[in-house]
Ligand binder design. Structure first.
Ligand code: 0WD
Length: 257
């Protein structure tokens, strides 16, 4: 069933075919959405352009969320190509590899700022630039992880950045809800083997622990996350906003098992 016919979506965070954003873009397209895909820079441009060709020759453009100019240029691109935007997918994060292992208290001032800037503030800046373009009942979503609300060894500053991201989701939901019913939500994905995830110390242990203990006795995969993204992009979620939706095979509900 096509749930997104006629909807226009912009997806940030495709780096390669394993990216969660890749699965989301494919699922949005399969449900009838038109896409704009962005790449961070030349390193990821080729993979993004290849995916865009497969997904109805979707337009692509650069968007480095560290730069206000780049975010402004993305706004102009979206305006030219789409006019109005129904769905914004924020599926990106960054922290220095050395801050994703060892003691959290060893986080440097600059590493803390960088992680929060790219991983959390970017959603605020994107919403500020794109909000004039949001269609009525548009849907914004960002990807988060359990390390925001629990201490997950090695996740460290990224957990703090995800806490800021989830809090921003609530404030943005409050800001944007009165502007034509725009919704803002987060998906808290279970661990998935991607380039970013491999930067987290002992990531394979996280994967095997979750698969052994989660109520569904498996890890979530990117396609599971994409299904939730289709729901959040669609009118089926028309009264859902400010939420963190866990797509983690149920791991977050556990106490001691
Ligand atoms: O286990 C996982 N993989 C989980 C990921 C569990 C729960 C949440 N997430 C989140 C991540 O924190 C992130 O927010 O999902 C989102 C997508 O992550 P991913 O799909 O796991 O990772 P990846 O395929 O590496 O894509 C993230 C991309 C970057 O990739 P690389 O590997 O090149 O750093 O984020 C992009 C970049 O393409 N990115 C940026 N995009 C624009 N501007 C920037 C930037 N400044 N920095 C990083």
């Amino acid at each position: 069933m096509a749930l997104l016919t006629g909807k226009k979506a912009c997806v940030l965070g495709v780096a390669n075919r394993w990216s969660i954003a890749t699965a989301i873009a494919k699922a949005l397209h399969a449900h009838g959405a038109s896409l704009i895909l962005t790449y961070e820079g030349d390193r990821t441009r080729g993979d993004v352009e290849k995916l865009a060709q497969e997904l109805g020759d979707a337009p692509t453009t650069v968007a480095d969320v560290a730069s206000d100019d780049s975010i402004a240029a993305l706004g102009s691109f979206v305006e030219q190509r789409f006019g109005k935007l129904d769905t914004l997918v924020h599926s990106l994060a960054f922290a220095r590899r050395e801050e994703l292992a060892g003691k959290y208290f060893a986080t440097s001032r600059s590493g803390f700022s960088l992680a929060l800037d790219i991983s959390a503030y970017s959603l605020v800046a994107l919403c500020a630039r794109l909000q004039p373009l949001f269609a009525e009942r548009a849907s914004v979503m960002a990807m988060t992880y359990l390390g925001s609300v629990r201490a997950v060894r090695n996740y460290n500053v990224m957990g703090v950045a995800k806490a800021a991201l989830e809090s921003s989701v609530r404030y943005l939901a409050e800001d944007l809800g009165e502007l034509g019913g725009v919704r803002v939500n987060a998906i808290s994905a279970g661990p998935i083997k991607t380039a970013s995830a491999r930067a987290v110390g002992d990531f394979s242990k996280i994967l095997s622990d979750v698969a052994a203990k989660a109520p569904l006795r498996r890890n979530a995969v990117a396609e599971d996350v994409a299904g939730a993204a289709v729901f959040l992009a669609s009118d089926l979620s028309s009264a859902v906003t400010g939420q963190v939706l866990y797509v983690d095979a149920g791991y977050n509900i556990l106490g001691i098992v």
